[in-house]
Ligand binder design. Structure first.
Ligand SMILES: Cc1cc2nc3c(=O)[nH]c(=O)nc-3n(C[C@H](O)[C@H](O)[C@H](O)COP(=O)(O)OP(=O)(O)OC[C@H]3O[C@@H](n4cnc5c(N)ncnc54)[C@H](O)[C@@H]3O)c2cc1C
Length: 452
């Protein structure tokens, strides 16, 4: 295989052709692709990263205008570089995150080609490796790492009403309040995206209804430490699988306005009308489940359990962190919770927009290999897939709860790169006969040097 030598992040204008062969091809140059490149580079694995848009494109163009990170920058970063010019406890704006990854890729001299889409990957018949069709020609690769992101395809549930009178968008397409037509907004989904968008619209003077399902709601900070610190020291980022019953539980946190605890009762006090899970739409009337109080109670339980665990940790370790009894204070029960709306006539309520903050799915239609189960879900162990030579990074719960997060993907990428380096070592092994043949200047047949 030829070693790849080229300028990082070359774009299509005036650049050399893609190499015909590469040992490891990484698809996608978001944070997952950049992390892969760092670890592969350190291990001396010849590789190429292909990115169909720009580095960290999702942070540039698939997020709303005001978004800042959910975690402070001392935490939400790679180990090799701090966020330049930001206080460690600050929350980075999305453009600063994109700039960070561009600068990081430059720092590690990552061999990234932007503006090249991988259209199809197929396993080679009767020989090792993969044939990769790209928008700029075909490449042969021994290995392929899918770093195309955890949140690729916005999901809008089938219950969405068919109505010309309403603007309906997914949270991935929300940018700012001015983008929406006049009138009220129903935000469906109250994870980090939904709750932050609802808050922004409410602050902009819109009438906002927020449909709240099951959620976790950690305190922004407690006893002088941000929740990301608490999840770290309590081992909660490292949980290896979703707790049973929590498969559809979102996490409501925000770094907006300097970082504040999400408290739904407080938001209601500020004017947002909370409703339960949205079940259906019938002739312009939204139907909500009778579960709002229960969803809030579960969120409170989750919130209080973290405070309790933090207190126990402080006591056990004799830490000198200030008491914070006010963290257990509850905002008054708003009317929308004690007398919840079970249905809402959208036109009568003046609602012109529905924002679906209902999550994302992955799309691996380009990856035509045996790495998926019957339902199309990637089959892998810590990113090492069931198709030898195919890897995933950046997927939810790839190895742990932190896997989709900036800091977490870096560790997963390290594991995947280690696996690749180890497999290369097996491939490079030459037995005594082969070594003797090499020494005599007549290399053993290629069939003995197959690549796993
Ligand atoms: C609203 C929101 C806020 C978030 N906030 C935080 C936060 O504060 N902190 C945190 O740690 N995490 C956060 N995350 C989670 C996570 O960090 C981001 O989703 C991040 O973008 C994931 O990085 P990635 O590299 O895995 O995927 P992506 O950033 O999606 O990158 C994948 C790349 O692959 C490219 N690609 C896809 N298909 C192809 C193809 N066929 N050929 C070539 N290129 C291709 C895409 O163009 C893209 O650039 C947030 C997520 C969302 C949705």
């Amino acid at each position: 295989m030829t070693e790849l030598k080229q300028t990082p992040f070359s774009t299509s204008a005036g650049r050399a052709c893609l190499p015909q062969e590469i040992d490891t091809l990484v698809v996608g140059a978001g944070q997952a692709g950049v992390a892969m490149s760092e670890h592969l580079g350190r291990l001396g694995v010849p590789h190429l990263v292909l990115e169909k848009n720009r580095i960290a494109e999702a942070w540039r163009t698939v997020r709303w205008d005001s978004l800042v990170t959910n975690g402070p920058v001392w935490h939400d970063r790679f180990p090799g570089m701090e966020f330049p010019g930001l206080d460690p406890d600050a929350f980075a704006h999305k453009d600063q995150v994109a700039d960070y990854f561009e600068a990081y890729a430059r720092m590690i001299d990552a061999p990234i080609r932007t503006g090249v889409e991988v259209k199809q990957v197929r396993r080679n018949a009767e020989r090792p490796g993969f044939t990769v069709e790209t928008s700029e020609g075909v490449i042969r690769a021994n290995r392929v790492v899918a770093a195309t992101g955890p949140f690729q395809r916005p999901v809008i549930p089938a219950i969405a009403p068919q109505s010309e009178a309403l603007l309906q968008i997914h949270s991935a397409h929300y940018r700012n309040p001015q983008q929406l037509p006049e009138g009220g907004v129903l935000v469906i989904g109250a994870g980090s995206s939904g709750v932050q968008i609802a808050d922004e619209l409410n602050r902009a003077g819109r009438q906002v209804y927020l449909s709240v399902g099951a959620h976790d709601r950690p305190p922004r900070s407690y006893r002088g430490r941000d929740f990301v610190w608490w999840l770290g020291v309590l081992g909660l980022w490292d949980l290896e699988s979703v707790q049973p019953g929590k498969e559809h539980v979102t996490i409501a946190v925000s770094g907006a306005h300097g970082g504040r605890t999400i408290d739904f009762r407080e938001l209601a006090g500020q004017g947002i009308t909370l409703v339960g899970l949205t079940r259906a739409f019938e002739q312009g009337v939204a139907q909500f489940a009778d579960d709002l109080a229960e969803n809030l109670a579960r969120g409170d339980e989750n919130y209080l359990s973290l405070l309790d665990a933090a207190d126990a940790y402080i006591a056990r370790n004799g830490l000198d962190l200030p008491e914070e009894p006010e963290a257990r204070r509850r905002f008054p029960e708003p009317v929308c919770v004690s007398e919840p709306l079970r249905q809402l006539d959208l036109a009568a309520a003046g609602i012109g927009t529905i924002i679906w903050a209902t999550g994302f799915a992955v799309d691996f239609s380009w990856l035509q290999v045996n790495a998926f189960d019957g339902s199309g879900k990637p089959q892998h162990q810590r990113g090492v897939s069931s198709e030898p030579g195919v890897y995933f990074v950046g997927l939810p719960w790839l190895s742990r709860r932190g896997s989709t997060f900036i800091w977490g993907v870096w560790h997963d990428a390290k594991h995947v790169a280690d696996h690749i380096a180890t497999q290369r070592k097996y491939s490079a092994y030459r037995d005594a006969a082969q070594r003797a043949a090499d020494a005599a200047g007549s290399p053993a047949p290629a069939s003995l040097t197959g690549v796993r």
